[in-house]
Design a protein around this ligand. Sequence first.
Ligand code: NI
Length: 232
Amino acid sequence: MAVKNNPLSSIEVAGPIPAHLARSVIEASLRNAILDGRLPCGTAIRQQALATLFGVSRMPVREALRQLEAQGLLQTVQHKGAVVAPLIEDDALETYELRLLLETQALRLSLPLLSEEDFEVAAGYIEALEVETDWSRMGTLNRQFHQALYCKAPNKKLLALIDEGLIEEERFLRFNLEQMNLGKLSQDDHRALLRHARARDIEACIKELELHLHRGVKAITHYLDKQKPKQP
Ligand code: NI
């Protein structure tokens, strides 16, 4: 009988994990494996197999899976348990509309509180994006750039919701930036965003963010159209 290919075998565990770190280690390991495609869409994620792999009880595993589900990386399917979510859902456009609301609000709250150091950090991500050739790293740098601009918003719940949206986008971008040739276009947007932010021009900054996110909407619309069967 053929040995069944175990999708979890792509996850490396470096020695025993202290109990208090278990949840975050499991969450980060799974997130990376999902984001870089080692765990493809539809892969069933078994709690017991993970607990055994990491040498922990099922409790931190359950908590890690719950986090990943909130980030849109996992879904619960009846009779199957947690599975890796599809790359993009039909409701992706609604997700973008929500992001637009949340991120413009965060920008509005954060911008007056940003310091010169924050701007330097943001500028650093733009520079890093410029020389980065690895598409998955680019997805991460894009997320970090945006987070750098929102980070001073005092509403932590708002920031947590935004993080979920950005992580979801990061995953989509990893697979699609290259095809869509979005890399350079986004960089022009990023530079304009930072320029307006430095000038403390909230309205111009928000307008630029809207344009930037609308590019994402267009890319996703295009992607979803391509997925549809061709009309005769
Ligand atoms: Ni961006």
